[in-house]
Design a protein around this ligand. Structure first.
Ligand SMILES: Cc1cc2nc3c(=O)[nH]c(=O)nc-3n(C[C@H](O)[C@H](O)[C@H](O)COP(=O)(O)O)c2cc1C
Length: 170
């Protein structure tokens, strides 16, 4: 897909088929994250690739909301967890830029995805050390943001933008 087609047609997908991702798709999406710019070229983003049947997914769900009718990763075959250095002031922004690259890369590959922020209080909370191990987060790093990716099982119209409200040209 051309870049502007990707951007104009992307939306957050919250329903997936059971079809797994290929190794090439996983690599391409992770590389898109690593190719993102980082402040002072720190390149401090780490990506953990977690498949849906990994027990850590169910554990997070249990700690987040065991009663929920839909799990936090919407049963997507793969969730990518992005972590970044603790002692670097731009890490959250770097992770945000990287995850958007991954969201657009997934769309360009014909896949669907949704950025996930809702688990932060669980993963970085009281059980942080345990989750750091389970999610293979490097020493001195913390989880920042995640993205669930799979084959979309739903069509979703992109959100409407309001250029006049949201852009000021001085
Ligand atoms: C930082 C961030 C965190 C988000 N966290 C979640 C989340 O935890 N769960 C979820 O379903 N969607 C999450 N989203 C997706 C937004 O809800 C979505 O982008 C928004 O509703 C607009 O929809 P669209 O992406 O289809 O245009 C997140 C998006 C961002 C940018």
């Amino acid at each position: 897909m051309e870049f502007f087609d990707v951007m104009e047609n992307r939306s957050s997908i919250r329903k997936y088929t059971d079809e797994p991702l290929t190794k090439e798709e996983i690599r391409c999406i992770a590389e898109a994250g690593l190719k993102a710019p980082t402040a002072t070229n720190k390149q401090e983003i780490h990506i953990s690739v977690i498949h849906k049947d990994d027990p850590v997914q169910a554990k997070i769900q249990k700690d987040l909301n065991p009663e929920a009718s839909v799990n936090f990763y919407y049963d997507a075959p793969v969730t990518f967890y992005l972590s970044a250095m603790d002692e670097f002031g731009w890490s959250d922004i770097d992770a945000g830029i990287a995850v958007e690259n991954m969201h657009l890369a997934a769309k360009a590959l014909g896949l669907g995805s949704v950025i996930l922020g809702c688990m932060k209080k669980v993963v970085n909370g009281k059980k942080k050390e345990e989750y750091d191990k389970l999610l293979c987060i490097p020493e001195g790093y913390s989880y920042r943001i995640a993205i669930a990716v799979g084959h979309a099982d739903i069509e979703k119209v992109p959100h409407i933008i309001d250029y006049d409200r949201d852009v000021t040209i001085k």
